[in-house]
Design a protein around this ligand. Structure first.
Ligand SMILES: NC(=O)c1ccc[n+]([C@@H]2O[C@H](COP(=O)([O-])OP(=O)(O)OC[C@H]3O[C@@H](n4cnc5c(N)ncnc54)[C@H](O)[C@@H]3O)[C@@H](O)[C@H]2O)c1
Length: 431
């Protein structure tokens, strides 16, 4: 069995290392975070992922997986370090470059080097190959250099690592074939070989497709607010067409993938990537659109009490990275007119720079409850709690997720259905 060295033991690298170890490979996992290394060598992990603690415990106990702060010689190197964006929205590939540099002293002719991190198009050709070349290797002949992007869903990573179709893009066809053979030993889905730049672009376009479609739905929500139309009904009816699937509007797009990856394309082709950039702009404008509605909804009140519920970028997770809800919370908090309470059942106090309270405390005496994330807890809110506890029972559901219905005592606005706000919100088109 081959030996595998995985660089970066986060949400992607650790499950990958564990799955290869479970299949019988000898695996060393490398991380710059000492805590990750120490804990892993005790068979423990510091991230949350369904089933992963059990698999890691088993493979560490069997001696199939160990962790280290420095790489070791291996047959296959897999790079799964972060690729964030800089403040100017350009990709930061420094982590990938430094991970590649860290394996150079251990690299031998015939090795396979696979970058799993999401990277801008042509990074394998223009960034990774030159680093390997500088160390004295011919990157097209001495090593098999490839990009194999990840498309797993948090919560299902162990299943999807095995069952998903994998795209393996090589610097050469031989490199693609050699790297693909590595995955064929653990993957039951298809393993498709292609060129490195095609694989890089296909991963980015998957997330860009979703970002652009959400932008279209968000634009529809804004148009509907102006024209006094229920966007949710429009989407429901339009989607009855057999080839139409309009996405759903919301308070913006967050997370470290959808809100980041499209910029990797814009950076490389800004003159052509017009729709991609515009979609980013539309999605980035949604927090302000939400704030505008909050201002209108509370315009008549002297010191409105507002409960903001949900901080994560999607429902039922604890991840607040790039979350539009955080931007909304910070802007509402910055307005001294508001008395604000914040609640998220999945987020710990140490994750955010403001205090969190229980749902009951948040809604107590509130004039307005704003739902910012579609956690299951918010899908089944007991309307009697709102009717009993709120000063004025008004809910603004920016995820269209609650089971609450508009009725005499309870006013419910949804992001795509602000028709009853029209008198204040809608201006004549030619004004
Ligand atoms: N998490 C996901 O759901 C997901 C899905 C698809 C693609 N990706 C991509 O996979 C890549 C990794 O993402 P992640 O979520 O696993 O990140 P992460 O932040 O969870 O983990 C990255 C790990 O790499 C370590 N690290 C950083 N530099 C290092 C170095 N030079 N040497 C060794 N270790 C180093 C960090 O300490 C950290 O533990 C990113 O490019 C991301 O965009 C992530």
């Amino acid at each position: 069995m081959q030996k595998i060295c995985v660089i970066g033991l986060g949400y992607i690298g650790l499950p990958t290392a564990a799955v290869f170890a479970r299949a019988g490979f000898s695996v060393v996992g490398v991380d710059v975070n000492e805590r990750v290394v120490e804990r892993l060598n005790q068979g423990e992990i510091i991230i949350e992922e369904v089933g992963l603690p059990e698999v890691v415990k088993e493979v560490v106990a069997k001696g199939k997986l160990h962790a280290s702060s420095t790489p070791e010689e291996a047959d296959v190197f897999i790079i799964s370090v972060p690729t964030p964006i800089h403040a100017d929205c350009t990709a930061n590939v420094d982590y990938v470059a430094s991970a590649i540099e860290s394996i150079l002293p251990y690299l031998k002719k015939g090795n396979v080097v696979i970058v799993e991190s999401t990277i801008p198009p042509r990074t394998i050709d223009d960034v990774v190959a030159p680093i390997i070349e500088k160390a004295g290797f011919n990157p097209k002949e001495d090593v098999a250099l490839a990009h194999c992007p990840e498309r797993v869903l948090p919560g299902r990573i162990l299943i999807e690592l095995v069952e998903n179709t994998r795209i393996v893009g090589g610097l050469t066809p031989q490199a693609a074939s050699k790297a693909a053979d590595v995955y064929r030993q653990i993957v039951t889905g298809d393993v498709i070989e292609t060129e490195a730049a095609t694989a890089e672009m296909s991963k980015l376009m998957e997330n860009t497709f979703r970002d652009v479609n959400i932008a279209l739905a968000n634009e529809l929500a804004k148009i509907s607010a102006r024209l006094g139309i229920d966007a949710h009904k429009v989407i429901e009816l339009a989607n009855k067409h057999p080839r139409v699937n309009i996405h759903h509007p919301g308070p913006g797009v967050g997370g470290h993938c959808l809100a980041v990856d499209p910029y990797f394309i814009v950076e490389k082709a800004p003159e052509e990537a017009l729709m991609i950039q515009l979609s980013r702009d539309i999605n980035n404008s949604m927090p302000d659109f939400v704030i505008e509605q909050i201002i209108k909804l509370t315009a008549e009140l002297k010191e409105p009490k507002i409960a903001l519920c949900g901080l994560t970028y999607k429902g039922n997770i604890d991840d607040v990275r790039e979350s539009p809800a955080l931007e909304i919370v910070e802007k509402v908090l910055a307005n001294p007119r508001y008395d604000v309470r914040i609640h998220d059942p999945h987020v710990r106090d140490d994750q955010v720079p403001f205090p969190l309270v229980s749902f009951e405390e948040a809604v107590s005496k509130a004039n307005l409850v704003v739902i910012l994330t579609d956690h299951n807890e918010f899908k089944t809110i007991d309307k009697h709690v709102l009717l009993d506890q709120m000063e004025t029972p008004v809910v603004f559901d920016t995820k269209n997720c609650t089971n609450l219905e508009q009725e005499e005592e309870l006013t419910v606005y949804r992001i795509g259905d602000l028709t009853s706000l029209q008198a204040i919100a809608v201006k004549p088109i030619n004004s």
